[in-house]
Design a protein around this ligand. Structure first.
Ligand code: CA
Ligand code: CA
Ligand code: CA
Ligand code: CA
Length: 493
């Protein structure tokens, strides 16, 4: 593993630190549950629709929060917010893509989780930069629209500009002081902020990393992979090599330090001896799948294919695990898992991944979407696969496959529904077992459209995913009517 420390801290970081020592507000309805925006002790679900039109603005974007309860989630207990909603900063604009990414954490330390939403296409006023982050504050009534907006530190600059700021976002305690921070990716930069220290948008970034022209950062994930009591950041993306554009892959781990973000490069799976033809990393998630106390990095890989037509490759796809350890991510153990039975061409298993303890046995499990899967002869209907965690790590043993043709799963398996285009694992009924949300961005709901989108929730149980209490919902269930908006297609970062 090559490691190099970059003196990337901006000179202004020192000045900014002096301004951010405001004491956190006194905690009130303190909850330790992540994603719990209304503080009732049960996690809530966010499904985003970045392609939703808003007041005539195409691809402006909306975010829907469904509040968890002992009965799970229901569109009847939801709120949908756009940048035109009361209190939400900014105005809905065409191609802003509000909701293209989101992450949560209690940023103002009031006991309620707060939501950070990326709008990577938003034109920043009086600037040549694109992209914003919106922070919405949680409270007893959940997310109300009350929030702040952030733009790239380059946005005020006459010399620099930014594209796609906020295309990925995470919230994590990077400096180990117990208070979570925001980190975000743009087309060419990774930005990591200090603690907000209240409800004011930071005026300067604390740490950053700039990518050279050969690297195209794509995913951003965070967890404590080394047991150091603070989270690291992982960025993956394509890297030009051997005369190709993106023919190699780039995976880097970033550790917050006094001198900047310390970077370590990791090898990528699927490559040949020359290091080329590495399988693109298309999804990432983190959790402790072997229960040893170190978070593990789970990545989905779908090799590019010369015969790709339409939305998905004709590749089978696979899931890779780099196990955490005190010596670093993947330092001692990595593993590659296929779909049950080895997978089939076109499955695209790993197009999406999520990590959480579905069975409640203390080992995190993985759900991987396979949106290209053919089910009972119907191409592109899609499926999702549960891979179980265990003391020996993630295993293909007793893998479980669910799709729309599974008994008691709502809906009908149709061509190019792409069930599994996104997945999320969150305990939405508070029983200690993570429940899966599965998006099918190609689901048809309205007459004459083909990409209306919908989401399914299947609950976790000691035996695995259960169809008991299974539910699904679409745009119409939350009062949206626009066709082809891929409702609920984004389930996280
Ligand atoms: Ca809640
Ligand atoms: Ca809060
Ligand atoms: Ca582990
Ligand atoms: Ca549950």
């Amino acid at each position: 593993m090559r490691t190099r420390t970059l003196a990337a801290a901006l000179a202004v970081a020192t000045a900014a630190a002096g301004l951010s020592l405001t004491l956190a507000p006194t905690a009130s309805a303190a909850t330790s549950v992540p994603d719990d925006f209304n503080g009732d002790g049960v996690a809530d679900l966010v499904v985003a629709t970045p392609h939703a039109p808003v007041d005539g603005r195409v691809n402006a974007g909306s975010v829907t929060v469904l509040y968890g309860s002992p009965d799970g989630v229901s569109p009847g207990r939801s709120t949908t917010l756009t940048q035109n909603s009361a209190g939400v900063p900014g105005d809905a604009g065409s191609h802003s893509l509000f909701g293209a990414t989101h992450a949560s954490g209690d940023l103002d330390a009031d006991g309620y989780a707060d939501l950070v939403i990326g709008a990577p296409g938003e034109a920043v006023r009086y600037s040549s930069s694109y992209g914003t982050l919106t922070v919405l504050w949680g409270g007893p009534d959940g997310l109300t629209g009350d929030g702040i907006s952030m733009a790239s530190p380059y946005a005020p600059s006459e010399w620099s500009s930014e594209k796609d700021y906020g295309k990925k976002v995470v919230v994590a305690d990077l400096d180990g002081d117990g208070v979570p921070q925001i980190a975000t990716l743009s087309r060419t930069n990774l930005w990591a902020y200090d603690d907000l220290g209240g409800r004011t948008a930071p005026t300067d970034v604390a740490r950053f990393h700039n990518y050279n022209a050969y690297i195209q950062p794509r995913t951003l994930t965070t967890a404590d992979f080394t047991g150091a009591g603070r989270a690291q950041l992982v960025v993956t993306g394509g890297e030009n090599c051997e005369g190709t554009t993106g023919g190699c892959q780039h995976t880097a781990v970033y550790t917050w330090s006094d001198s900047g973000l310390q970077e370590a490069w990791l090898p990528d799976p699927g490559g040949d001896v020359s290091g080329t033809n590495e399988a693109p990393t298309v999804s990432t998630a983190a959790g402790d799948v072997d229960g040893d106390g170190y978070a593990d990095l789970v990545t989905g890989h779908v090799p590019a294919s010369a015969t790709t037509t339409g939305e998905y490759s004709d590749a089978a796809g696979f899931v890779h695990v780099r196990y955490g350890s005190a010596d670093g991510l993947g330092a001692h153990r990595t593993a590659t898992l296929d779909a049950p039975g080895g997978g089939r061409a076109g499955d695209n298993v790993g197009a999406s991944v999520a990590v959480g303890d579905v069975t409640g046995d203390g080992y995190d499990d993985v759900v991987a979407g396979a949106p290209g899967a053919t089910v009972r002869g119907v191409p592109g209907t899609g499926a999702a696969v549960l891979l179980r965690g265990s003391a020996t790590g993630l295993t293909e043993t007793d893998a479980q496959v669910v799709h729309q043709a599974t008994d008691d799963v709502p809906g009908t398996a149709e061509t190019d529904d792409w069930f599994g285009s996104a997945v999320d694992l969150t305990d939405l009924d508070g029983d200690g077992m993570a429940d899966v949300t599965i998006a099918a961005k190609g689901e048809d709901v309205l007459a004459g459209s083909v990409r209306d989108g919908a989401d399914w929730v299947l609950r976790g149980s000691a035996a695995g995913l259960t169809t008991t209490g299974a539910t699904s919902f679409s745009a119409q269930d939350v009062g949206l009517t626009a066709p082809d908006a891929e409702f609920g297609s984004v389930l996280g970062d």
